[in-house]
Write a protein that binds this ligand. Structure first.
Ligand SMILES: O=C(O)CCC(=O)C(=O)O
Ligand SMILES: [Fe+2]
Length: 346
């Protein structure tokens, strides 16, 4: 166990406070982040910006959220699987999660809050806002570092951030029964997002598959984050970044919470031409991140392997299926945009 635990890369992003942007130590950190994502597909990020009050409160309000009656939880619904409440799954009976769309947008978060608590719940929306502010900032910082390390920040970072949308999925894994202490919390998958940022209640459970096929049980230090690359990051980077398969196995007889903040790019994501050269010939076509997610959900691809190659790989054979799923995703995308505009201009 200890051998596998040391393999999880840890990067102290608190050091950034001291290293000036553009300095050698900043570039060194940027390269470290990029290499971790290329070699492992994830890293543990030390980033002490969530205050201890917010950390306590966020898991307290999660208790309140998951304690709501099932009929109320089901109101968190959507055509898009990742945007809705999920629970009572046969394949993962301990798993339950919500989809909070645009949590960085106060009206959108408010709309989720009043759906769950028609009488309002200010503590919930304020606590989620405080948490998500730090988490989104960290996700943007990591992207900035990766883009800097590839030398593409100047040309591509701003448009990338403009295309970024956020989805918060608070996830509860019920304590497994003592008779079976190796229970599945989440089945093997890769994330369909661009990136994923995880924050847990100090109960471990995440396992990540290395490139050589070993499963690493990730021991997350208290208050640390896990940053993980999704299929869209892999495609954007022309296959340089690794989107790892991962799963959740509950080995402790304790309830686990994870706050997963996913980013998805809206519109079409292009592969930066700077990332294509003789040693890295173009592997992916420009793609729709939501199309990729719909493609996965359509079941056209194996549910557990990277969807990027199948969906937008240069040699993909799934063009008709791609077309169908992109059409679906565009419908979903327009619906999302319409809802966002409603939130903004009400
Ligand atoms: O709970 C975790 O640590 C991982 C959750 C996860 O993989 C997901 O929500 O996609
Ligand atoms: Fe995941």
């Amino acid at each position: 166990m200890s051998q596998t635990l040391c393999k999880a890369p840890i990067i102290d992003l608190n050091k950034l406070e001291k290293s000036k942007r553009g300095s050698n130590s900043w570039l060194e950190l940027c390269n470290g982040v990029r290499l971790a994502l290329e070699d492992h597909g994830y890293f543990i990020a030390l980033y002490d910006k969530v205050s201890s009050e917010v950390e306590k409160e966020i898991f307290d309000v999660m208790d309140e959220l998951f304690d709501l009656p099932i009929e109320t939880k089901k109101k968190n619904s959507s055509d898009f699987y990742f945007y809705r409440w999920v629970g009572q799954l046969e394949a993962a009976p301990l798993h339950e999660s919500f989809g909070i769309v645009y949590p960085t947008h106060i009206q959108a978060l408010q709309s989720f809050t009043t759906l769950m608590w028609p009488q309002g719940n200010q503590r919930f929306s304020e606590t989620v806002t405080s948490y998500v502010k730090v988490a989104a900032e960290l996700e943007q910082l990591v992207d900035k570092m990766v883009f800097e390390s590839y030398g593409v920040a100047e040309r591509h970072y701003e448009s990338h951030i403009a295309a970024t949308t956020y989805l918060l999925r608070p996830t509860k894994y019920a304590a497994p029964p003592p008779s079976n202490i190796n229970n599945v919390g989440a089945n093997i998958h890769t994330d369909k997002s661009f990136s994923t940022l995880l924050f847990q209640n100090q109960i471990n459970g995440l396992q990540v598959e290395s490139k050589s096929g070993d499963w690493i049980a990730v021991n997350v230090p208290p208050s640390a984050f896990v940053f993980m690359a999704g299929d869209a990051y892999e495609a954007w980077s022309n296959g340089r970044i690794y989107a790892p398969r991962h799963q959740v196995l509950l080995k402790e007889e304790k309830q686990r919470y994870t706050l997963a903040l996913f980013t998805f790019n809206k519109g079409i994501t292009d592969i930066p031409e700077e990332l294509v050269d003789e040693t890295h010939p173009l592997q992916y076509k420009p793609f729709d991140n939501f199309g990729l997610a719909w493609y996965y959900l359509s079941g056209a691809n194996s549910m557990i392997h990277s969807t990027a190659k199948a969906y937008c790989g240069i040699n993909t054979t799934a063009s008709i299926l791609n077309f169908i799923s992109v059409t679906k995703s565009l419908i979903a995308y327009r619906e999302r945009e319409r809802r966002l505009e409603n939130f903004m201009f009400l």
